[in-house]
Design a protein around this ligand. Sequence first.
Ligand code: AMP
Ligand code: ZN
Length: 441
Amino acid sequence: MIHLYNSLSKQKEEFIPINPDHIKFYSCGPTVYNKIHIGNARAFLAADLLSKVLKGIYPKVTYVSNITDIDDKIIEASKHENLPIKDLTKKYFDIYMEDIGLIGINPPDIQPFATDFIDEMIAYIEKLIDLNKAYEANGNVLFRVNTFENYGCLSGRKIDEQKHGKRVEVESYKVNENDFTLWKPSEKDEPGWDSPWGYGRPGWHLECSVMSEITLDIPFDIHGGGNDLKFPHHENEIAQTCACNGLDNAADFAKYWFHNGFLNLESEKMSKSLGNVIYIKDLLNDYQGNHIRLALLSTQYRQPIPWSKKLLDQAKSISTKINNFLEKHENVKPKFISTTKIAEALFDDLNTPRAIRIMQDFVQSQIFHPDEVATYKYIFEGSTQDTTIDEDTVKLIEELIAQRNQARNDGDYALADKIRDKLSKMNVSIKDVNEKTEWKI
Ligand code: AMP
Ligand code: ZN
């Protein structure tokens, strides 16, 4: 039985799935305008760890993590690097996939790109406007925050407090200063899409509400991300999804909210905007991927990690000792076995430091437990187990293929290409054979 800390109830709870036959987990992914740093990697590793533990015990788990490929930072970076937006986002997406692979993180089961869901986002905004939860002003569309009574339920911030003490210029077109952007106008030379409100682009928060609902349907079991996403990102996602679906409670959107603590450098959060960042590849001269993985997992995911060379050196030394022991047991394949002590530690809110200590004890006393070794390898070496494609993903893929074929029949080749692109980003390749479309992941 897994116990997880739920940021919504602010306590550790027994994890009771909505449907034990199919666990659904969404975690916010990267904005692909720059390389990910080791702090971001911590967030992706926490989600990867949770998905692996869930996959170890439930028959079917769908883990979705999005790619933000439209955003102001991306537009700036594209100007700065003199690269078209599409090339820039492709470049940093490829680097992201390579970097997470270096520390044994598996790709999510579904990886939706924001720009592939613009039509759906426009429809979502139209619905919010119809419900009078959003309004248009100067080419912007804003969410009426005060129509959602439970705003602040996750972060604990009350609407009036949120801007207190900060000097922010309130845009004059906002009815309430806390109202946030669903759609904003783009300049002619900026990327954008035609919409009922003119040429523009979606707000960041909207994409996760739309893509989580499309890929997983609501309610789903777990929604995750770093601590800094609680406010405003997740709070705004909750407001949008609840408003659009006539819900009052965040738990009717996602039952458990899973947030990782920060990785800090000299007691400051590692962040691109502060410039105090370390990249995974910078560490590879002196450390292997599994040393870095162990260093990140040597602290439980909710606690802050004070990142240092000492931490890495310790992880390298522990990892080397454990690996020497594991080499003697090469025949044991990675597999999650839920009756082990290591699994028991992980069931306690993913207590990885305890799991490592258990393994160190076995190494010290040279006791060989095949099940413990299999479970340790599955989690700490990063699993390479085959992932099976679940029925819902198959349904989504087949629906997209049917839409593409319809578009081709209608002569709308631009739409057909767009859908093919969407499939390829989900790692699905398609081939037209004798009037039929074959696909594979
Ligand atoms: P971003 O690309 O900035 O949206 O960040 C991607 C993920 O990394 C989000 O879940 C953030 O909350 C998380 N994150 C960013 N900085 C850190 C940090 N220093 N420590 C842990 N997680 C972080
Ligand atoms: Zn998100």
